[in-house]
Design a protein around this ligand. Structure first.
Ligand code: KG4
Ligand code: ZN
Length: 345
């Protein structure tokens, strides 16, 4: 059985993981920088990279202690090298190259979104303790809705390593739409999970917000109209009114995002006659999105996989798994490979 060390530093979370070639996660160690960036209302790139530098080696040491791994057990070192914040990516890439050079192991640069796409196939001891079935790799082709703080896109996965982009956001990402709204109503940063929590006790039909590009016959998304609309809506209310109606506002705003995400995925299923799919990325943690799509899937014989919450948001296990799958195909990277802030999958 092959093992990879995965490293993820593309944004603000620092994460390392030890992953088996069948997707079993031996251990994952992550430090979230949410609290560090919270006072700034968004990620400060320089602070993010400085923290990665401070966190990374200590996390690898923790991983070694927790799993008893020795470098001889590792078959490759996989790292996110694209896309993301350049300074953050460079910390991971340079560390991975140095470790690979010192241990004479293959170095594998991984696209962050490929990591998210394979995340639903990860499993761990906790999953078997919870008696949840181990996910088997879906028969290809399958659809992948990738929804995170930086991306919102639907792909048709032809096979591992071959992804056809069907549509994507033309402005903000869904996670960004959650976070910008959360900031407006003082829910802190990143606010997606907070909005989700408050929406539980709210009425999603209380207020009506625009569903961007819902009527367009394509798989693109737009959330900028929604952002403007909620901004105008909030300006008309007093602080006290916003506070007293916050659960309803959150639920209605959330509904406008998740309804259109679900709709486009459902349209893609019909158009391409593919009834197997994954939803992945930080926003796939959203409870309302999960609820709507799980219900639809069970009523329409759709095979739907969503990662457990711990593998929805950024983590190194998904990067290690994507890396080891590349290694299985005989692929690895040259040491000349750099970091790229932008890159299509
Ligand atoms: O995948 P991820 O960890 O990082 C990126 O690659 O962007 O996604 C982070 C995003 C943030 O925008 C965060 O607000 C959002 O995922 N998020 C959620 C929830 N949990 C995290 N959005 C809606 N509902 C949630 N429960
Ligand atoms: Zn991500």
């Amino acid at each position: 059985m092959k093992f990879a060390l995965g490293i993820e530093t593309s944004c603000d979370d620092t994460s390392v993981a030890l992953v088996r070639e069948d997707g079993f996660v031996e251990a994952v160690e992550t430090v979230s920088q949410d609290q560090v960036h919270k006072p700034f209302g968004g990620i400060v790139p320089e602070i993010a990279s400085r923290n990665h530098t401070q966190n990374l080696l200590e996390l690898i040491e923790n991983l070694k202690t927790k799993t008893d791994f020795v470098w001889e057990h590792i078959d490759g070192i996989a790292v996110t090298n694209r896309p993301g914040l350049l300074g953050s990516l460079l910390v991971g890439v340079t560390t991975a190259k140095t470790l690979a050079l010192a241990t004479k192991k293959p170095f594998i640069g991984v696209h962050h979104l490929e990591g998210h796409i394979v995340a639903p196939f990860l499993f761990d001891k906790k999953l078997s303790d919870e008696k949840i079935n181990i996910p088997k790799f879906l028969d290809i082709p399958f659809l992948a809705l990738v929804v995170s703080g930086g991306h919102t896109a639907i792909y048709r996965v032809e096979k591992f390593g071959s992804y056809k982009l069907l549509g994507q956001t033309i402005d903000d990402a869904a996670g960004e739409a959650f976070d910008k709204f959360a900031k407006l109503v003082d829910l802190g940063y990143p606010g997606g999970a907070e909005v989700d929590k408050l929406a539980h006790s709210g009425d999603p039909l209380k207020f009506s917000f625009p569903r961007g590009l819902a009527k367009e016959n394509n798989f693109d998304f737009s959330f900028s109209g929604l952002k403007t609309s909620v901004h105008t809506f909030l300006k008309k209310l007093s602080k006290a009114d916003i506070q007293s109606q916050l659960p309803d506002i959150c639920a209605s705003y959330q509904e406008a995002i998740v309804e259109v995400l679900a709709l486009k995925l459902q349209n893609a299923t019909k158009k391409f006659k593919i009834n197997k799919m994954v939803i992945t990325g930080g926003v796939s943690a959203n409870s309302r999105l999960r609820q709507i799509l799980k219900k639809w899937a069970s009523e329409n014989q759709v095979e739907l996989l969503i990662p457990p919450l711990r593998y929805c948001t950024d983590n190194a296990a998904m990067i290690g798994f994507a890396g080891i799958k590349r290694l299985q195909n005989g692929e690895y990277s040259d040491f000349s490979l750099g970091a790229l802030a932008r890159d299509e999958l």
